[in-house]
Each structure stands twice: as C-alpha cells, then as structure tokens.
Design a binder for this molecule. Structure first.
Ligand code: TRP
Length: 328
C-alpha cells in the first residue's frame, strides 16, 4: 500500500523559534511515520520579501536545515530538500502563470496585509504577487494530497486548489486538489506577551544557548497587575502561563495557577518550572544541533539525497504538464 503524500515547506528567512517548533515542526515529525512526507526549504520564497539583501540567505538555509533535523525530521523517513535545487518548480510556476487570473492573486488577503506589515520594503513586485502561485507549484508538482500548515496559510491553499482545478479543467486531469492539514496548536506568546515573531524581537530561538533561553524567560512579562511578590495574580493574564500551557504538565499548570492566584509562589518560582520544561524539549535539539554544526558533510548528503529523490517526481510531473500544454 502506498502512503498518501504530504508536502510542506518553510521559508528560510531567519531563525526558527519555539513557536515554529510546536506549531509546525513537531507536527511534521509526527506525520513522517504515517505519510510519504516531503519537506523543503523555500529559499526562493525568502527572496520575494528579502531580495534586497541576500547576504544571509545561505546561512539561513543551512540553519533551517539543521533545525529541521534537530527537531526530529528523519531523512530515513521523509524527503528533505531545497526548493531552488529543483528548477522544475520554477518551470511549473511559469506555466501556471499563463492560466492564473491576476485577480485571484490580488485578492489573496495576505498580499495586501504583508505589504502593509513590511512597509519599509518595496513589495510592489511581480515575484511578491506571485508568492502563492510559486507555493502552488511547490505543492502540486508532487501531486501532494495534504499540506500541513497553520490557519494563516489557508487562503494560500485555497488558491492552490483553484489553480489545480483550473489546470485540470483546461487541459487534463493531472493534479489532485491539495488539502490543508490544519493543526490545532495553542498560541505561543513571545517574551513581551505579543505573538512570538522574529519581527517583534521577542522570540526564543532553537539556536539560542541555554543561558540566553533562561535569561529571556526570566525577563518575560507576567500579569502586569502583579507588581509585588505579595500581590495576587491572574495566570490567564500572564504570557508565562500561556507558555506553561504548551510546555508543562497539567499538574504543574494547576500548581502554578493556584500559586499565582494566592500569591503562594512568586513569578520567578513559576518561571523556574517553565524553564525546566522548555529545557527538557530543547536539550535534545541543542545536542543534535551541535552534532550537525560540526558535520557539514552529513547535511550535504541529506539534501543531495532528498533533492535527487524529489526531483525525479517533479520531472515526471513536468513531462505530463508539458505535454498537456502542447510543449514537447
Ligand atoms: N509559505 C510558507 C511559509 O511561510 C512556505 C511555503 C512555500 C510552503 N511553499 C510552500 C508551505 C508549500 C507549504 C507548501 O513558510
């Protein structure tokens, strides 16, 4: 019995933080036993917003690859590759652009939102508008059935389905319509209480040293109304407690919540429990990162193998696509 194919990618534009870990990577790890998983590093997508300064792109790709494996992706079980090493993605992107109405791209909500959010950058580019189309090519070139993504990516997946449908309708039935594999995961706040994000400079990164992680957590915002040690607090208003919900056992959560409400424990006590639990998750990751950082050959070997395997599939799809579109 062949396994259904799962595909997902992550943009290489900076560090991976613990929000990405619990929101995406840990889920990817779970899926690798059940599905034929393909996971890749979207370095072309990183250029859609980062084209003006590519100086750190190489390092970001390498670090993301290290984090993929350090987080538990197993190259024996899943196919790991780098987008730009498979030029067929670009060819499919081009061919799909012939049949993609401009309005579909302009209507993707993230298009205008992201432009607003990144006002300092000039994103009135063809490549940025085409972001979801390139993403569509990434997915359907593998005729993937499922795409594990966060809710923020649902509009992108919707356009991928529409484009697949349009291709099948105009030419021939080549592409399954990819389905989002939505993962429920709790919101992960950053150390200032806002959503964890590299643009807010409030994130805890997998590449942070134990010292840095501890220090970040120690300075993390708590219930702002709890000023003195003797003040009673409300855990629901504390971002630290939100992290407990992700990383601590139910018993520990109950314990620190009661301690907070009664002023039985101080914020530092509460944070100590959290630090211990986050360390438990990060320690094996730190160890694997160390090992991989000193082993560039191993990394190259993993992506070479993954790329070769993925490329074969992509090439097979492109043969059919070219034929369907009158190209021989
Ligand atoms: N947009 C994804 C991100 O923000 C990256 C990505 C590119 C992707 N192509 C994809 C995700 C295909 C899933 C499927 O990181």
């Amino acid at each position: 019995m062949t396994k259904d194919r799962v595909l997902s990618g992550m943009q290489s534009s900076g560090n991976v933080h613990i929000g990405n870990l619990v929101g995406a990577l840990q889920n990817w790890v779970k899926l690798q036993d059940k599905y034929d998983c393909h996971y890749f590093i979207a370095d072309w997508h990183a250029l859609t917003t980062g084209y003006a300064d590519p100086s750190s792109l190489q390092d970001s790709v390498k670090d993301l690859l290290i984090n993929f494996i350090a987080a538990g992706l197993d190259p024996e079980k899943c196919t790991i590759f780098i987008q730009s090493k498979i030029p067929e993605h670009a060819e499919l992107h081009l061919l799909l652009s012939m049949i993609t109405p401009l309005g579909w791209l302009e209507r993707v909500p993230t298009y205008k939102e992201k432009q607003q959010e990144l006002k300092e950058k000039d994103l009135a580019t063809y490549g940025f508008l085409g972001y979801p189309l390139l993403q569509t090519a990434d997915i359907i070139i593998y005729r993937a059935k499922y795409v594990p993504v966060g809710v923020d990516q649902v509009p992108h997946l919707e356009i991928s389905r529409e484009i697949a449908r349009r291709f099948n309708h105009i030419y021939q039935d080549v592409f399954p319509e990819p389905e989002a594999l939505l993962t429920e995961f709790p919101k992960v706040p950053g150390i200032d209480g806002r959503k964890m994000s590299k643009s807010y400079d409030n994130a805890i990164y997998l590449s942070d040293s134990p010292k840095v992680v501890e220090q970040k957590l120690r300075t993390m915002t708590t219930d702002p109304a709890r000023v003195k040690r003797t003040d009673k607090g409300n855990p629901e208003l504390s971002p630290v407690f939100q992290l407990h919900k992700v990383f601590s056992s139910k018993e520990e959560q109950d314990e620190v919540a009661v301690g907070c409400r009664t002023a039985g424990i101080g914020c530092i006590d509460c944070k100590k429990v959290l630090i211990k639990n986050i360390f438990k998750v990060l320690e094996p990751i730190w160890a694997r990162r160390e090992q991989l950082l000193s082993n560039p050959e191993q990394l190259k070997d993993i992506t070479d193998k993954g790329t070769e395997k993925a490329r074969k599939t992509a090439q097979e799809t492109m043969k059919i696509v070219r034929k369907a579109m009158g190209l021989l």
